[in-house]
Design a protein around this ligand. Structure first.
Ligand code: SF4
Length: 632
């Protein structure tokens, strides 16, 4: 098959067996790859009762047809499973070199089930697969584990867990090439529960595309757009110079920089942790994922002081917020060090930082018997380690904000900033209404990366006029709830396609220079799937993936009541800044979104829509379990 290796590696760790399964053409055509392909397996292999930390929960490493083909930027891959943090669909993405190398090693997807009696790692070497003992690696951190495996398998790309994953911290990450992370939704804990310490991949398999000439011309066109067109040039300059760190300044300007556990959107010391400060004090060298000319990543070095000698990659915007403004911490060196520790121990920086910010507010309000002061970097650093090793109060935080709040009661729950159990990323719906809806409806919990719109956030006027000619003015209004259901549904559909291809959102969606007709050409030239020559069929593909993930969640009890926002954003007006006085009026946006998405007003997929998208079997299964009615 063009664009694919055509092979899935199946590993049953309980039986210590591996086998190779063919990737069915019909399945690839229907769900493409990436999160779409993974969702099709999670739907089939799990049910309402599957425990995310038990052996039967599948852990899936997945690429898309474009990975490894030379289309920039495609160095990414996804890890999907049921999440131990949220109990629902879990999905996390990482860049680096691992994704393409997995295909060069011979596989589009790794499907891992069971639990090994003793620690193992999976070595995949040009189609040859071996389960190797990892007893010598268990207990080691990410940096040492990666180095040791690379000694045993030179030239391999390594994805591994650290102590946090071994200790089943609910938001443990899987670290890739040491400093890249599949961080969100606790995929590292799923790996730890399977006693799988690492996966190493190496190979030279060639990935063929269907129409080489047109594919090459499209690569050149994408490059031209990115380097010659106005929006592309601006983004290139900004990402190349600052990565995502300059978002600190941008979000402060619109009053959307989460500060003091999301109490406000304004941080008085924003300039001490923003893009300019990062450039001046810690940023040393640009880095990139495989084949990417944008190079948004960077090496950070702390030259002197308490954390002097630290060398790491990042932090990115989200980490600057999680360990900076949200904890009222203006010490950039401490943020860089916390980021380094999370990478080393295998922790998601967003959930870790946000859990500590929550603890700081609990402490201030006297709701816990701990002294954890705002901006206290010594305590912050200690808590990162305590979470990874589940020591003392760190053990409570290791269960995530939602679980801790539920133990402490109603007052604590009002302060807990999460959706569906996932700690919120660095945005605030009060200052940007469509991101409020994005966080509320995201299938993996409070998250911007499934449907954030940069049209209204950054003011892409021309593009908004092209896409929504009648409604561009309202669509672009940051503070209006009107038409945001339409916008977010369209964005979620786009992201589902991008995350199934899998291509980076930079250079395609930020700036928003790729849309359905572009994906149509890319999919067709890569795979030869004729149906996808038509942009309307590409849109349907995105809808199918969105509804399948929603069906997985519906089967696990998710309804409209879960598509909500933290108490502060619904009930406490923004206290200052440009969005002063704003709260999120969610219901009107939710109704509009559900209608556009093809869901009932209770947030579940409509049977008729599932049928229209060729998913009758999914509809029948949900109807049989009494989750939806065939009448809708
Ligand atoms: S833009 Fe950044 S994250 Fe995306 S592929 Fe390039 S280096 Fe990786």
């Amino acid at each position: 098959m063009y664009g694919y290796t055509g092979k899935i590696l199946v590993a049953d760790l309980s039986k210590e067996k591996t086998s190779v399964k063919e990737l069915e053409r019909s399945r690839a055509k229907k769900y493409l790859g990436g999160v779409g392909l993974a969702a099709s397996f999670i739907w089939e292999l799990t049910d309402a009762k599957t425990d995310p930390l038990q052996p039967e929960n599948p852990l899936i490493f997945v690429t898309g047809p474009v990975n490894g083909t030379g289309f920039p930027p495609t160095g990414r891959f996804a890890v999907c499973s049921l999440s131990p943090l949220t109990g629902i669909w879990g999905e996390s993405h990482s860049g680096g070199f691992f994704g393409p190398m997995m295909k060069y090693a011979g596989f589009d997807m790794l499907l891992i089930t069971g639990r090994s009696k003793e620690a193992v790692y999976l070595a995949i070497d040009d189609g040859n697969v071996e389960l190797r003992s990892a007893k010598h690696l268990w207990g080691k951190d990410v940096l040492e584990t990666t180095d040791r495996i690379k000694e045993e398998m030179p030239g391999a790309e390594v994805a591994c867990i650290g102590p946090a994953g071994e200790n089943l911290v609910k938001f443990a990450s899987i670290q890739v090439c040491k400093y890249r992370a599949a961080g969100r939704t606790g995929m590292g804990a799923v790996m730890g529960a399977k006693h799988l310490k690492a996966i190493a991949v190496r190979g030279e398999n060639e990935i063929k595309v269907y129409d080489v000439d047109k594919f090459v011309a499209l690569v050149e066109e994408a490059r031209q757009r990115y380097t010659k067109e106005r929006w592309g040039i601006a983004a290139q300059e900004s990402l190349g110079k600052y990565g995502t760190t300059s978002l600190v300044e941008a979000e402060q300007e619109i009053g959307r920089l989460p500060t003091k556990n999301h109490s406000t959107g304004i941080f008085k010391d924003f300039d001490k942790i923003g893009g300019e400060a990062v450039r001046k004090y810690v940023r040393k060298k640009r880095k990139a994922c495989m084949g990417c000319a944008i190079q948004c990543k960077y090496v950070a070095v702390i030259d002197a002081g308490e954390f002097g000698g630290t060398i790491t990659e990042g932090p990115e915007y989200e980490t600057l917020v999680a360990f900076g403004s949200d904890e009222l911490n203006s010490r950039l060196d401490a943020i860089v060090y916390a980021n380094y520790l999370c990478n080393k121990l295998g922790l998601d920086t967003i959930s870790t930082g946000k859990s500590i910010a929550f603890a700081m507010e609990l402490s201030e309000k006297g709701l816990i018997n701990q002294s954890i002061k705002w901006g206290d970097v010594e305590t912050m650093v200690k808590l990162v380690e305590d979470i990874a090793y589940r020591r003392g109060f760190g053990n409570e935080l290791a269960e995530g904000v939602r679980n801790l709040a539920a133990k402490l009661g109603a007052e604590a729950e009002k302060l807990a900033v999460h959706v569906k159990g996932l700690e919120m990323s660095g945005q605030d719906g009060r200052a940007h209404k469509s991101i409020g809806l994005t966080h509320a409806i995201s299938v993996r919990g409070a998250d911007h990366l499934r449907s954030i719109s940069c049209l209204d956030e950054l003011g892409y006027v021309d593009i908004a006029k092209e896409r929504y000619p009648e409604d561009a003015k309202i669509i672009l209004d940051l503070r209006s709830e009107k038409l945001k259901g339409i916008l977010v549904e369209d964005m979620e559909t786009n992201y589902a396609i991008v995350d199934s291809l899998i291509i980076c959102k930079y250079g395609t969606m930020w700036p928003p220079i790729f849309y359905y007709s572009d994906y149509a050409r890319l999919i067709y030239y890569t795979t030869g799937f004729k149906d996808y020559q038509k942009p309307e069929n590409v849109r349907k593909l995105g809808e199918r993936i969105c509804l399948l993930r929603r069906a997985i969640n519906a089967r696990r009890g998710i309804t409209r009541k879960d598509d909500t926002l933290p108490y502060k954003q619904l009930h406490e007006p923004m206290p200052d800044g440009p969005a002063k006085g704003e709260v999120v009026h969610l219901d009107v946006m939710l109704d509009e979104f559900y209608d556009a998405r093809g869901c009932t007003r209770d947030g579940k997929p409509k049977y008729s829509k599932l049928k229209e998208l060729g998913m009758k079997q999914v509809g029948d299964a949900l109807a049989k379990e009494g989750i939806i009615s065939k009448e809708h």
